[in-house]
Design a protein around this ligand. Structure first.
Ligand code: ZN
Length: 216
């Protein structure tokens, strides 16, 4: 795919100084929410040729590495499991396994812009392999290998939407109050615009977490 989308799930975004697509960013946000803290990204996606140690897995979309600095082995294992629950093929990588420092390496399953190397890792993950050169057994949790993160079920800024709803409701009250007397003609149109917009704001039900049903 040669054209870079300018909107939707595959638009490029900057996150913690790294390039991702919006879909992968949304999955990371869902993972952070599930964990209750914010992971630190140390490598993003669309990184062709820049990190030869990654053997092309970060050249396309859906690839992300997280720092494990300050985490205990149990915490790292927990992040790996919850990341898999969200829909990443997520692996704890050790320095003994390759030319890298300890980190968590993730590929977002189903991302349409995966590099060939990343897509091969997803196949390994689904087959119970560790997606390393030796293709050894996966030592992580296998409980969530069918989970997928979908754009439709991303959390779309619930806090911001709720704030917007509050502000628009307040604006309506202002328009109906004394402040705009003498501006009735213009206020009528503004009021009509707001009353049209308010019901179009997504209800809380549409700000849910990633689905675990494998759809999409
Ligand atoms: Zn990686």
């Amino acid at each position: 795919m040669s054209t870079i989308p300018t909107s939707g799930p595959y638009q490029r975004v900057s996150y913690q100084g790294h390039t991702l697509d919006a879909l992968t960013r949304a999955a990371i946000v869902a993972l952070d929410d599930a964990l209750g803290f914010r992971l630190t990204v140390v490598q993003g996606s669309y990184n062709a040729g820049r990190v030869p140690q990654s053997a092309g897995t970060h050249d396309g979309g859906g690839a992300v590495d997280f720092s494990v600095a300050g985490m205990s082995p149990a915490e790292i294992a927990h992040v790996e499991t919850i990341g898999r629950q969200i829909g990443f093929a997520l692996y704890h990588r050790l320095p003994s396994q390759g030319p890298w420092v300890e980190h968590l390496h993730g590929i977002l399953i189903g991302n349409a812009y995966l590099s060939p190397a990343a897509a091969a890792q997803v196949v390994d993950y689904l087959n119970g392999r560790n997606a390393l050169a030796g293709r050894g057994p996966d030592t992580g949790s296998r409980a969530f290998v069918h989970n997928r993160f979908t754009w439709a079920n991303r959390k779309i800024g619930a806090d911001r939407i709720n704030r917007a709803r509050t502000l628009l409701t307040q604006a309506l009250a202002e328009l109906d109050g004394n402040h705009v007397r003498g501006w009735r003609g213009r206020a009528f149109h503004v009021r009509a615009g707001i009353t049209t917009l308010l019901p179009e704001l997504p209800p809380p039900a549409e700000t849910a977490q990633a689905s675990a049903d494998g759809a999409g």
